[in-house]
Design a protein around this ligand. Structure first.
Ligand code: HEC
Length: 412
């Protein structure tokens, strides 16, 4: 026998058909319901009904109980929810703990969307695949497919099939039961021995070709990752990686002299070259200034604006009088998460003595763990804030002697 020899086709003698079951046909749903009740009372178990549309009450008539599927779906949902919570707990509170505005590392409300999504995802997948598995699907063929009459189960007829595999099946008695239920017809269904037993070669070959073709993209990916190439990679989402700008020191043939970097236009000065060092950096010839820039006068309007800006930008951390007890600080302290650096008390002697230029720089660029407020607060407002900080510092060390004589009376 060579490899190419086909095994002999399965031949079953036509004289010995194998019984699959009995198929009863009814012409209305009420008769089918009564028949289903009758068959159930007879204690038969391996049987089913087929109807062109959903028939109310057929489940009860057949004694179909609810399956284990709802419990599987419930378990999958709970598991998905727990996995979502655990994932976020691990990533946010254990593996990469990061303080965001003094919020707790792990907070249930923030975790709801992902936990919910995973719960829905896993229960939906379980419902779908569980339904297929519990129903033994997909099941592409069935002996009653060969019954010509059975096609009407999708149009206007109702069928009831009792399998010969039922332990209580008895070809005479069972048939008698069916005959009592008022069917249009009761037919014998044989096992399908005529259809080819094997999957056609063409289908198998097609599947192999598809499988191999499906591997090709992965092969190309693996090859691309392992080799070097002079051609630039395919860049689907370009974002701002490729811009038609001329980089520093690059040639640019569009200009007559071929240089990308252009000299300043004659008679102009670059903006940075004329910046006011005192105003923008708080320094005078490199040293922190001890006086406010002349454009920011020490008057009531500037002091009021400074207070408003301080109350907006600084109070959450440093507190209303600058003692370092703002709400964010209190909250972070209460959570006691260990790595919180408390905001500095601004009324300390070393900060009282610090030049205003240095305070201005700390606020503009940020200092150690404190973020920069330069990008957020306009430059004059930053100076007004420092003016108000100075007022707070003055206030924290004030005595009754500082109150003007006229107003001292009212206090006493
Ligand atoms: C998000 C909280 C937070 C805000 C808002 C905040 N700070 Fe701070 N600030 C801090 C922390 C924390 C420190 C201490 C930093 C360190 O020691 O690492 C600090 C330190 C300081 C210092 C001390 C600098 C030094 O030399 O030690 C000054 C001055 C200061 N802040 C001023 C301000 C002003 C003015 C504002 C408003 C524009 C402000 N801060 C807003 C958290 C904050």
């Amino acid at each position: 026998m060579t490899v190419h020899d086909e095994p002999p086709p399965r031949i079953v003698a036509p004289s010995a058909p194998v019984l699959h079951g009995l198929l009863a046909e009814y012409d209305d749903a009420a008769t089918l319901l009564a028949a289903a009740r009758r068959v159930r009372e007879a204690g038969l178990e391996r049987w089913d009904t087929f109807t062109p549309f959903p028939v109310h009450g057929i489940d009860q008539a057949m004694g179909i109980r609810s399956t284990v599927l709802p419990w599987l779906v419930f378990a999958a949902g709970v598991t998905g929810c727990l996995v979502g919570l655990l994932l976020q707990y691990w990533t946010n509170a254990v593996d990469y703990a990061w303080i965001v505005s003094g919020k707790p590392f792990w907070s249930l409300p923030a975790n709801v969307p992902i936990a919910f999504a995973l719960a829905v995802l896993s229960s939906a997948l379980t419902a779908f695949f569980g339904m297929l598995v519990l129903n033994n699907l997909p099941h592409p063929w069935h002996p009653i497919d060969l019954e010509k009459r059975f096609a009407r189960s999708t149009i206007d007829r109702f069928f009831l099939l009792i399998e010969a595999a039922d332990p209580r099946f008895d070809s005479v008695q069972t048939r008698a039961i069916l005959d009592e239920t008022g069917p249009v017809l009761v037919d014998v269904v044989h096992e399908d021995t005529a259809s080819p037993f094997r999957t056609p070669r063409a289908v198998i070959h097609g599947l192999v070709v598809l499988l191999v073709a499906a591997l090709v993209p992965f092969g190309l990916l693996a090859q691309a990752r392992a080799t070097k190439s002079r051609t630039p990679p395919i860049h689907l989402v370009r974002d701002m990686d490729a811009q038609p700008t001329v980089k520093a020191q690059q040639a640019f043939p569009r200009f007559a002299d071929g240089r990308g970097a252009r000299p300043a236009v004659g008679g102009t000065v670059a903006r940075e070259d004329q910046l006011d060092e005192h105003l923008t950096r708080g320094t005078i010839r490199g040293a922190a200034s001890r006086v406010f820039p002349p454009t920011v006068a020490a008057d009531r309007a500037n002091m009021g604006a400074g207070r408003r800006a301080f109350d907006t930008y600084c109070v959450p951390c440093h507190g209303y009088v600058g003692n370092g007890d703002g709400m964010v600080a209190q909250r972070a302290e209460a959570l006691a998460q260990g790595i919180w650096v408390p905001p500095t008390n601004l009324n300390q002697d070393h900060l009282r003595r610090q030049p205003v230029g240095q305070l201005f720089l700390s606020v503009s660029d940020g200092i150690r763990t404190m973020p920069a407020y330069g990008p957020l607060v306009p430059i004059e407002d930053r100076w007004r804030i420092i003016m108000y900080v100075r007022a707070l510092q003055r206030r924290s060390s004030a005595t009754i002697a500082d109150v003007p004589a006229a107003e001292r009376k009212a206090l006493e």
